[in-house]
Design a protein around this ligand. Structure first.
Ligand SMILES: NC(=O)c1ccc[n+]([C@@H]2O[C@H](COP(=O)([O-])OP(=O)(O)OC[C@H]3O[C@@H](n4cnc5c(N)ncnc54)[C@H](OP(=O)(O)O)[C@@H]3O)[C@@H](O)[C@H]2O)c1
Length: 474
């Protein structure tokens, strides 16, 4: 048997440290050998929760199945791991040394199988070194002092060529990005997040992760029949439901205004607003308010929602964050306000979609400049290509061809979650992100809009809104 014993002190409250370590998926962020970790059981993290962790061992990998066998909240965790060559028992104790200081004591006992004990004893010093490096990694993760986000030179190079930029949209792009990410240990307890389109796809994956991180979650969905299923699914995954559900068809600006009035009347400050709801419509149609439905849902709706909710977002002690979910499809289009509303004659769903997403990307830049003095940071992100219900119904042919390289919804949602949660993500505003890095907004010079067109966009939005067939314009 080899026993490793390490102690660290970190400047974080004991509850934050405990929650971070108990979610053993975080081992990939701090353990010296872990490269992949998954939670195998649904539900909140508690006794009996199981994880699988893949670790590097020399030139190969080994898989460990972990289970939490004892859990005393904020005090002690015991995990037992089983692999092909050894079992390990981790006993982790937490001691509060003040509001913002915690001592973590870590004991790992390795028991080797199949007569490997003698060989393992020879490797004891290597094990001890590895244990020390892991605990130093945990201390770094919990210190949470990551540098401001910036694009790595490798990423800038990939964005310089169309094929390599597109390759980043796949799950291989996500895996590549993951290798250089910093730990994300920020606790969202007490942070109020408003998230649209939370019942499916990327929105649902975002809701799960933000509930796990402790956020207070208001979700906006359109279909009352989906509320109960969504809440049950969130509870099954995380042990929590969304704190508040607001119903609104976001394709209808009157419903957007009514939603804003309800949230303003409630008066609860918003720390993070995530404009995620969206759809690609293959056929042309106008909403009951007399406007083409892509531009209504993908552009006018987030514009109206965000502008109207400003009183709840601005001038907090910590920057409020706004995240606009756009699409890599926007790289194909140039902003021209006169082209944003497509007619039935020239309509193509993917083009209408991409034009609105391009406009929302530009709007993000304009808002970032205008609202920095109100302590608001606003960024857009695109998820790459993720296998969601939206892609399954709107793009079945694309999905058939790309199925093997599509990201999971959680992988597609990762940058939304990171922009909402990571401490360092409020140090940059007005950027477009993919895989936690700012990316170029143009892959071809021909899509660069003119300064006049940028200047026109806000007026175009107000004028278009004022022409809508609304009974009561809020
Ligand atoms: N998946 C991708 O590869 C990908 C790529 C680029 C960009 N995106 C963007 O990512 C966001 C999420 O997409 P997704 O792939 O997760 O799609 P999804 O699976 O179809 O989920 C979209 C969500 O938006 C909601 N929604 C749609 N129309 C709405 C309306 N009129 N009012 C209120 N809610 C509405 C949907 O509600 P219902 O369930 O009621 O329809 C659903 O909750 C979208 O903005 C999309 O454009 C996705």
């Amino acid at each position: 048997m080899i026993t490793l014993t390490e102690t660290i002190e970190v400047p974080r409250p004991v509850a934050t440290c405990f929650r971070y370590v108990a979610d053993f998926r975080t081992t990939v962020e701090w353990d010296a050998t872990a490269v992949e970790a998954n939670k195998l059981t649904a539900g909140p993290i508690e006794q009996d929760t199981r994880f699988s962790v893949r670790c590097r061992a020399g030139r190969s990998y080994l898989k460990l199945a972990y289970e939490i066998t004892e859990m005393t909240p904020w005090q002690c965790l015991v995990l037992e791991g089983r692999g092909r060559w050894f079992t390990v028992k981790d006993v982790i104790t937490f001691e509060s040394l003040g509001d913002n200081l915690t001592r973590i004591h870590y004991v790992a006992e390795f028991t080797f199988r199949n007569g490997l004990g003698r060989i393992a004893n020879l490797a004891e010093s290597g094990f001890i070194k590895m244990g020390r490096a892991s605990l130093q990694g945990l201390a770094r993760a919990l210190k949470d002092e990551n540098p401001p986000p910036q694009a790595s030179p490798g990423t800038q190079k990939k964005d310089g060529k169309l094929p390599t930029a597109l390759a980043c949209f796949t799950r291989h792009g996500y895996r590549r990005g993951q290798k250089i990410w910093h730990p994300m240990s920020a606790d969202m307890t007490g942070k109020h997040v408003v998230l649209t389109g939370a019942n499916a796809g990327l929105g649902f994956a975002t809701a799960v992760s933000l509930l796990e991180a402790g956020a207070t979650l208001t979700v906006v969905i359109r279909d009352p029949a989906k509320v109960s299923d969504m809440q049950q699914a969130l509870k099954a995954e995380t042990g929590r439901e969304a704190d508040r559900v607001e119903l609104a068809d976001l394709g209808l600006l009157a419903e957007v205004s009514a939603l804003c009035e309800r949230l303003l009347a409630l008066g609860k400050p918003i720390d993070v607003l995530i404009n995620n709801a969206g759809a690609l419509f293959n056929d042309h149609a106008e909403t009951a308010e007399g406007i083409e439905r892509s531009v209504a849902l993908l552009l006018l709706s987030p514009w109206k929602l965000t502008e109207a909710l400003l009183p709840l977002l601005q001038d907090h002690a910590h920057p409020a964050r706004i995240i606009n979910v756009v699409s890599g499809g926007m790289y194909t289009q140039k902003l021209r306000c006169t082209d944003l509303i497509m007619t039935a004659e020239n309509y193509k769903g993917s083009v209408a979609y991409a034009r609105s997403k391009r406009a929302l990307t530009v709007l993000t830049e304009l808002w970032a400049a205008a609202w920095s003095e109100h302590n608001i940071v606003i960024n857009s992100m695109h998820p790459g290509w993720a296998d969601t219900p939206g892609v399954q119904t709107a793009l079945p042919g694309f999905r058939r061809v790309t199925k093997r390289v599509l990201r999971s919804p959680a992988e597609g949602a990762d940058t939304i979650i990171w922009l909402a949660r990571a401490s360092e993500a409020d140090q940059v505003s007005g950027k477009l992100f993919l895989d936690r890095e700012p990316r170029t907004t143009h892959l071809r010079p021909s899509t660069q809009e003119s300064p006049d067109e940028r200047a026109r966009l806000l007026d175009w939005l107000s004028e278009t809104y004022s022409r809508l067939n609304l009974s009561d314009k809020g």
